[in-house]
Design a protein around this ligand. Structure first.
Ligand code: NAD
Length: 347
């Protein structure tokens, strides 16, 4: 087991990196086992310098290659947007630096496979920052399923429908030809894999409701899992309702013995004839967290802790690059299905 302080670096000091930076900072002072960010990078140097100042990080760079060459860190956390993911992961591999990469991992399955291969050939670990399955309420759902509470699951629904303005913080989302499946659908497909195993077939319908976005802003999928579960995966950013559900991921699972629901308000409801039990499964409000983001922020800390454990123990992360290939296969399959009006079949 690798002990001592880990020297980390981060690339991309934008909107979401704020959560990574807060989480890394909170992991800094663990005795012997801490993580220290030694440098940050953004091609907009002013952003890297501002982050370095705010979080007490010694160095700021505009160029990722210079940073990796000079710092020789224990890992790099890539928090940039999609087009830079492949070049930056391959850069990390060339420098022999283990890497975390934000989602969406890659623009195509071929890119993702090349990134996984580059890191495997270099002998470095690679994790996708696929944090939804690290959300406290979803971990609670997984736990009751594993305990057999529902019996054998046969039906699932994983849902993310809201009308919260996410474009102001992430304006690039409005311009992408592929919007909600690529931004959030992949999280839900990953959650469905986490709960039900691998999928064999998927049918998807999409629509664009809000004319301000270029891509699809609603998607409805029907997914058959090899485990026997039929799952509906639902996404929308065009939903007008009260109370606003953002950013809650809601779940319903029916099994041979009972029903498990993750209801709005982070309530886990376990029911079967003659029995109904409600458990609060909200995440802790971390000192740096803010509503309504706190469950997402807590999941960032959880996945970063998982990365550090895996790095120290030489283990493959649960959401490794290799694991994410299956999530991306479903993601790109959903677009193909929507375009062709036909189900996609997977191996
Ligand atoms: P952003 O545009 O606010 O920030 C990205 C930053 O990366 C920018 O400052 C940009 O200058 C920098 N950058 C881009 N390419 C670079 C390069 N080659 N070298 C150095 N710097 C570079 O974007 P964001 O909203 O913070 O999103 C970043 C990523 O996080 C996206 O992939 C997004 O999908 C993801 N995200 C994930 C979650 C989640 O819950 N997992 C939530 C929101 C966003």
């Amino acid at each position: 087991r690798k002990t001592g302080k880990l020297r980390g670096t981060l690339i991309g000091c934008g909107f979401f990196a704020e959560n990574h930076l807060n989480a890394w900072t909170s992991m800094r002072d663990t005795p012997l086992e801490g993580v220290e960010l030694v440098a940050v990078c953004d091609r907009d140097l002013a952003k890297a310098e501002a982050a370095a100042r705010r979080f007490g990080i010694p160095r700021a760079y505009a160029d990722a290659e210079t940073m990796l060459a000079e710092q020789k860190p224990d890992f790099v956390d890539i928090a940039t947007t999609l087009p830079s993911h492949r070049p930056l992961v391959e850069l990390a591999a060339r420098h022999g630096v283990p890497a975390i990469c934000q989602k969406p991992f890659a623009e195509s399955l071929e890119d993702a496979q090349a990134m996984v291969r580059a890191c495997a050939d270099a002998g470095v670990q690679l994790m996708v920052h696929e944090n939804f399955r690290w959300q406290h309420p979803l971990l609670a759902v997984k736990q009751v399923l594993d305990e057999g509470w529902a019996g054998k699951p046969f039906y699932g629904r994983v849902q993310f429908r809201h009308g919260f303005d996410i474009i102001t913080n992430q304006p690039y989302l409005a311009e992408d030809e592929r919007y909600i499946i690529m931004d959030v659908g992949l999280h839900l497909l990953d959650v469905a894999r986490f709960l039900f195993g691998e999928a064999g077939r998927l049918y998807c319908r999409t629509a664009r409701i809000d004319p301000r976005v270029r891509g699809e802003d609603t998607a409805t999928m029907l997914v058959d899992f090899h485990s026997g579960v039929t799952c509906v995966v639902e996404l929308s950013t065009a939903t007008r309702t009260e109370p606003e559900p953002f950013p809650e991921c809601l779940v319903r699972i029916e099994g041979t013995d009972g029903t498990v629901e993750l209801e709005q308000g982070y309530r886990l409801v376990l029911s079967r004839p003659g029995h109904r039990e409600v458990r609060p499964v909200d995440a802790e409000l971390l000192p740096w967290a803010s509503l309504p983001w706190h469950v997402v922020q807590d999941s960032v800390l959880a996945i970063q802790r998982h990365w550090v454990d895996c790095l120290r123990e030489g283990r493959e992360p649960d959401t490794s690059g290799a694991d994410n290939l299956a999530t991306l296969e479903l993601t790109f399959g959903a677009y193909r299905s929507a375009e062709r009006g036909q189900a996609e079949v997977f191996g």
